[in-house]
Structures are given as structure tokens and as C-alpha cells.
Design a protein around this ligand. Structure first.
Ligand code: PMP
Length: 708
């Protein structure tokens, strides 16, 4: 599935097949190479069409007739070979008269090009054709702007097609080619070939040089550099012919013959027949996975249902078979800015070039310090020290250890237990598990080694109902009875996530904080799921205006790109632990990983723009609208929405396996558990996609997909 300009989805489009032909600059022979490859592919039996998504320098009214139009070159390239029935040799999707960069040429005609619409146009064009592949020719080089924010490379990254790069076989050409190859690899695009075209007069400016020798050496060094980059794409040396008549095109097509044969045999429906019994890319990956890998909360022998993801962009996942899914999970609360955000990618690459990682004992670095400063500036007031951890669970372990060490440091050595509400979830390591809900939190499996903690009633007062002070009675009773044993109270503020997707009243937190003060115990907020805007506030604690003594965050800290978490405490806790030369006894190998810290800083930059507030609010409205029909459906116990979280709670546990298949068939990615079908999309999700996620849930319930 793919998006339309209006945001709706075109269902069941077969995956786009083809090659994107890009130049390392202008005037490098890109159109001639496209024509030659077109001829070679058609000769290899492939029904392929050359498509110019954007043509500049030609009036729309003259696109078919103008000799300046690339379409004219493609037609010439096919002279003398039998035309394909039902398929025109070429197509131009957008045409602008000004011979300039697409963004400017479009602006002159009061148009704005953008990647999503161009992608939609390409896919609708593809869908309407009986072609087995497209040759898409770019305009200018990779970073030619399509508008103020996007360029040709952004379009190529969304389409995800392999690339034939055409470049000039001369000194400056080498530089452009290598920069272009780096840019392609940087965006995860694969190179299927590098076509090298000499300058019109290669000897010019190089007196005394043996031209043939120079051209061959350029090719040699490029091939070597490509190999160093792990790229084994063939290098195709394309002669610059005086006149391009039929014989000339035939000669050029011969150069592209091996590439054409290879591509045609790879594309289902083109050239050779698929071997029977041959597994698709997705099937074969899943099969290899099943021999070696163990998945979360899953059996290694009774195999879970799996889909293989090949690439991602914005709020989309593309499966290995080409199917595209609208993501409704943000990869477990993490990918708030969507996938492959260019700012996060740039931060990652830049930091990787400088310093990926150093140990944090006795050393420090800019990304860690900057991140600590940035975090403290957005966290609830009173928090002063940041301890970096590798994952949410470890951040919770760190918080528990901090509380214990703090109590020991002030002589309260009997305070060794933690009080926590039922229905909580804090991670899968031993300490974190001990404070998860004792029934759903796997306690029975690990009771032999879990420390016994104290549990109180789940905060029963709904977020959206008047507050009832009686809901604090159990907390009060527990703190009165056990106050002196309790090192800290730990809970997820406002939203209990994996333990039930339950939203409770902010007044509960205010009351609980007061009770903790009276019992002289610490208060730990686990904001690993709720932090960074998900509930409509930067941190859920802000709903109550209650600062904790210790706060854990993770998941969306790096915008979902790398694993990183942090445990942050007040000056009082830090000073307590470190009194009398005390030290805090924790220090993971990958603490404050520089890559993760740099990406987290970039994610905080994105959040600082403030767009998230509008986005989360928009998603909240869309989830209200889209999930409303589920309220009255049979089997539904409750529908609740807070910020960018939408929950449909069922009366009975749902069949996750069959629902997951149903949702994938519908083109969405949702993964329900127990009695909960929930949606928490990336903040950048357009309204139409949010409604699409809701519609998939409604349809699943209507068809009973949760029962089967
Ligand atoms: N606390 C909460 C509230 C969580 O939701 C999670 C993860 N779902 C964790 C802790 C554990 O984080 P991680 O999976 O990164 O260990």
C-alpha cells in the first residue's frame, strides 16, 4: 500500500520495480545512459518504460515534440527494435518550461513539488501500466532541490529503488561520483551500476596526457574505491559517440547488456520465469530467522508469526515483499519523529565520523554533557544529575539501586523494599520485574529469585473522571503500615503502559507525593514510555506538577533510533549517596554511548521546535474521531484516548496472532496484547493515516478477527 496525495492509501499496488537513474551532476550523459539501458532491457525481454518524474526546460505542451525533451532521446534509443505492444516507451509526469532546478522551475509556474505527491504520481502511473519495471530518470544531481526542504535524494530514498549512477570520467567527475556514492549509501540506497562517460574533449586541459590511459586509470581507481565501500556494482564505461544513430544506440545498449540481463532476471514478471519452489525474499528471511533467532516474549520452537521489514520512512514500514504498512506502534513508544528522520540520521553519521564510542569511566565527551544539560532543561524542576543507562530496564535497576544507596547513606538501612501500584510495568530485568504487576508481570516464573516488594491498588480514578480521594486509601494504608521499610515508591505517572494502558487522575500523583513526603520515602517516576510528549505533556509528571526524586526515561529519548536511557535524580539524592566519599556503584560498558547521545540531542532539537504539541493534539483528535465507532461494538469494554495514545480495551483477551495478520493485510502495523488493542503512532503521522489505523481496528472488530 502507498499513500495518495490526499493521504488515503492506494491498496494492493504491486511493489514498484525498476531502477532510478541518477547523475552525479548535470550534463554527464544521464539521459543517453537511460536510453541505452532502456534499449538493453527491452532487448532482454523486459517490458520497461523510461519515466521522467520531473522534466525542466520543456513546455508541457511540447513534451512529445520538443527535441529538448528527454522523451525524444528515449524514442531515438529504441529505433530499429520492435516496439512493445501496450507500452509506450516513455512518460513525463511533470514538465516545466524553465531550464533550471525543479524547485525553481515549478515555483515559476506557481507549483510546489513534494516527495509524497511525486511518489504518489509515480506509483499511480506504475499501477496503470502493464510494465514489469520503470527506469526513473532524475533531474540534475542527487541534492537538486525539489522544494525548500526536500531534494531528489529524498524522493529516491522513499522509492527505495536500486540506483544506476552516471558520472563523468574526468578529474572533477571522480569527485562528484564519490560524493554521490557516499550520499546514496548514507541513505541506504544500493548501487546497481556506475556508468562512466568521458568529457566531450578529454584531452582538453591535460596536455601531454595519454587520454586512454587516464580514462582507464579513473575507472580503475573508482572501482577500487567502490570495493572499499563494500559496493560490487559493475562499472560500465560508456563511449562518447560522435553521432547517435541506430548503430550507435546498439553499441551503447551492448555496454548495458549484462546489467539489463541481471535486472530482468531479478524482477518477477520480467525476463526469466521464477523457479517453482523458490522462496521470496521475505519468506527466505523468515525461514533463516526461524533457524537462529529468538523473538521477544516468544517461543523458540512454536514459532511466532513474523513479517520481515526491509526499510522504513516517515510513519511507514516497507516489508521485504514490497508491501507498505502504516505504523501505529512507533516501535514500542520510541520512533516519535517517524523513521529515518534526516536530522537524526545526520547527527548519527556526523558523530560516527568523529567518535562512535569511548568508555565513560574517567572520560567524558560533548554529546553526553550536552545531552545531560538539554535533558535537565526539559525535565521537571529539581532534577539535577543524569546517569546514562543502556535501556529502560537498566534505567529502572539504576533507580532502585540509587534509592537503596541513598537510604543506606542516611542510616535507614532497614528501608530495603519498594512500594508500587498493581498494573505497573517497569522492564524485564530482575529488579525491574520485581516491581511489575505481580500477576501479569511474570512473577510466578521467577519467584525464586525476585525480591518481594509491596503492592498497592492500581490508581482507580480515571484520567477523565472527577477525582475520588478514596482511591489513595490503599497507598495511605500501605505507607502507614510499612513506611519505615520502604526505600521508594515507584510508578508510571498518569499512564500505566504495558501493564494495562490505563490512564489515571493527576490528583492521585499529587496525593501520593504528599504521602511519600510524610513517610519520608523517595518517589520514583518511570517515564520511559510516557516521556517526550506522548501524553500531550513533555513529561507526564507535568499533568500533576509533581517533581519526583528520581525519574527514568528512555525509548523516545533517541527518537527511537538507538538504545539509550537515563536515570535522573535530585541534588539531595546525589549528595546523599556521595556523602563521606560514597560512590554510586553502577557503570555499564556502553554508558553514554556517543552515537546515542548525539542522536538524542538531535531528537531534543526536533522537540524544541514545539511542533510535537500540535502533532500530538492533532493525533488525539483523530484518535477520538476514528475510535468513536468502536465504543458500542460487542466485546468492547472501554475506549480511551490520551495524547497520541488510543486504546480499545476488550472484555476478553484477543487473538494477537490472527489480529496481527489481519492488520498487515489491511496495510497497518498494530500489535495488540491481552485484552488491549492500542494505537500510538509516530507524531508525524498524517491525520488520514491515523484514521486508517482506527478504521483497521474497527474493521477487525466488525469481522471478528480478534476472535479467530
Ligand atoms: N518502563 C516502562 C514504563 C516501559 O514501558 C518499559 C518498556 N516497555 C520499560 C520500563 C523497559 O524498557 P526497555 O524495554 O528499554 O528495557
Amino acid at each position: 500500500m502507498t499513500t495518495c496525495a490526499d493521504g488515503s492509501l492506494i491498496s494492493n499496488i504491486r511493489p514498484l520495480q525498476g531502477i532510478f537513474v541518477a547523475g552525479s551532476g548535470t550534463d554527464v550523459g544521464k539521459t543517453v545512459c537511460t536510453g541505452a539501458l532502456l534499449r538493453a532491457l527491452q532487448q532482454a525481454g523486459c517490458a520497461v518504460q523510461a519515466v521522467k518524474p520531473v522534466q525542466t526546460g520543456v513546455l508541457a505542451s511540447e513534451v512529445a515534440s520538443s527535441s529538448l525533451s528527454d522523451a525524444a532521446v528515449y524514442s531515438k534509443a529504441l529505433e530499429g527494435i520492435r516496439p512493445l505492444e501496450h507500452l509506450h516507451a516513455s512518460a513525463v509526469l511533470h514538465c516545466f518550461g524553465l531550464p533550471a532546478s525543479p524547485h525553481l522551475a515549478a515555483a515559476k509556474e506557481n507549483m510546489r513539488l513534494d516527495c509524497q505527491n511525486l511518489c504518489h504520481d509515480i506509483l499511480t502511473h506504475w499501477d496503470a501500466l502493464q510494465a514489469s519495471a520503470l527506469l526513473l530518470e532524475g533531474a540534475g544531481g542527487l541534492h537538486v532541490p525539489l522544494n525548500e526542504d526536500e531534494d531528489m535524494l529524498d524522493l529516491m530514498a522513499i522509492l527505495g529503488l536500486p540506483v544506476l549512477l552516471v558520472g563523468g570520467n574526468y578529474l572533477g567527475g571522480l569527485n562528484h561520483i564519490l560524493l554521490s556514492v557516499a550520499a546514496l549509501l548514507h541513505r541506504g540506497l544500493s548501487l546497481v551500476g556506475l556508468a562512466l562517460v568521458p568529457a566531450p574533449d578529454p584531452a582538453k586541459g591535460c596536455p601531454g596526457v595519454d587520454v586512454a590511459d587516464m580514462l582507464a586509470d579513473n575507472a580503475r581507481i573508482l572501482q577500487k574505491k567502490l570495493r572499499v565501500l563494500g559496493c560490487d556494482a559493475p562499472l560500465i564505461e560508456v563511449p562518447r559517440l560522435e553521432t547517435l544513430d541506430q548503430a550507435g544506440w546498439e553499441a551503447l545498449a551492448c555496454q548495458f547488456g549484462p546489467l539489463a540481463e541481471r535486472m530482468a532476471s531479478n524482477w518477477p514478471g520480467a525476463g526469466q520465469k521464477k523457479l517453482t519452489g523458490h522462496l521470496s525474499e521475505e519468506e527466505s528471511l523468515v525461514q533463516r530467522d526461524r533457524r537462529t533467532v529468538w523473538h521477544p516474549y516468544a517461543s523458540a520452537t512454536s514459532l511466532p508469526r513474523l513479517n520481515a521489514v526491509k526499510r522504513t520512512y516517515n510513519n511507514r514500514m516497507v516489508l521485504a515483499g514490497g508491501k507498505e504498512l502504516v505504523d501505529g506502534m512507533s516501535s514500542w513508544w520510541a520512533a516519535i519523529h517517524g523513521y529515518n528522520h534526516p536530522r537524526l540520521l545526520d547527527a548519527l553519521h556526523a558523530q560516527a565520523g568523529r567518535m562512535p564510542h569511548v568508555m565513560f569511566g574517567g572520560l567524558t565527551h560533548e554529546p553526553a554533557v550536552a545531552l545531560a544539560e538539554r535533558l535537565l532543561a526539559v525535565l521537571p524542576e529539581g532534577l539535577e544529575r543524569v546517569f546514562f543507562a543502556d535501556s529502560g530496564s537498566v534505567a529502572v535497576e539504576v533507580a532502585l539501586k540509587m534509592a537503596l544507596q541513598y537510604q543506606q547513606s542516611r542510616g535507614e538501612t532497614q528501608r530495603t523494599r519498594f512500594l508500587t501500584p498493581r498494573g505497573g510495568y517497569h522492564g524485564d530485568t530482575i529488579g525491574a520485574m520485581s516491581v511489575c504487576d505481580p500477576v501479569t508481570g511474570m512473577h510466578s516464573l521467577f519467584s525464586a529469585m525476585l525480591p518481594e516488594q509491596l503492592f498497592m491498588e492500581r490508581p482507580s480514578c480515571r484520567f477523565d473522571q472527577p477525582f475520588d480521594p478514596a482511591c489513595l486509601n490503599d497507598a495511605r494504608q500501605m505507607l502507614t503500615a510499612h513506611g519505615k521499610e520502604i526505600a521508594a515508591v515507584i510508578l508510571e505517572p498518569i499512564v500505566q503502559g504495558a501493564g494495562g494502558m490505563w490512564f489515571y487522575h493527576p490528583e492521585y500523583l499529587r496525593g501520593l507525593a504528599q504521602l511519600c513526603r510524610e513517610a519520608d520515602t523517595l518517589l520514583i517516576f518511570d517515564e520511559i514510555a510516557t516521556g517526550f510528549g506522548r501524553t500531550g505533556k513533555m513529561f507526564a509528571a507535568e499533568w500533576a506538577g509533581v517533581p519526583p526524586d528520581i525519574l527514568c526515561c528512555g525509548k523516545a529519548l533517541t527518537g527511537g533510533m538507538l538504545t539509550l536511557a537515563a536515570t535522573v535524580c535530585t541534588g539531595r539524592v546525589a549528595e546523599g549517596i556521595c556523602r563521606d566519599n560514597g560512590v554510586f556503584m553502577h557503570g555499564p560498558t556502553f554508558m553514554a554511548n556517543a552515537l546515542a547521545c548525539a542522536v538524542a540531542c538531535a531528537s531534543l532539537d526536533l522537540l524544541a521546535s514545539g511542533d510535537w504539541q500540535k502533532q500530538v493534539h492533532g493525533l488525539e483528535l483523530a484518535l477520538h474521531e476514528g475510535l468513536a465507532p468502536c465504543r458500542d461494538m460487542p466485546g468492547v469494554a472501554d475506549v480511551r484516548i490520551l495524547g497520541a495514545i488510543g486504546v480499545v480495551e476488550m472484555l476478553e483477551p484477543v487473538n494477537t496472532r490472527s489480529l496481527q495478520k489481519f492488520f498487515v493485510d489491511m496495510g497497518v502495523w498494530l500489535r495488540p496484547f491481552n485484552r488491549l488493542i492500542y494505537i500510538m503512532p509516530p507524531y508525524v503521522t498524517p491525520k488520514e493515516d491515523a484514521l486508517r489505523l482506527c478504521a483497521a481496528v474497527e474493521e477487525a472488530l466488525r469481522q471478528g478477527a480478534h476472535l479467530s
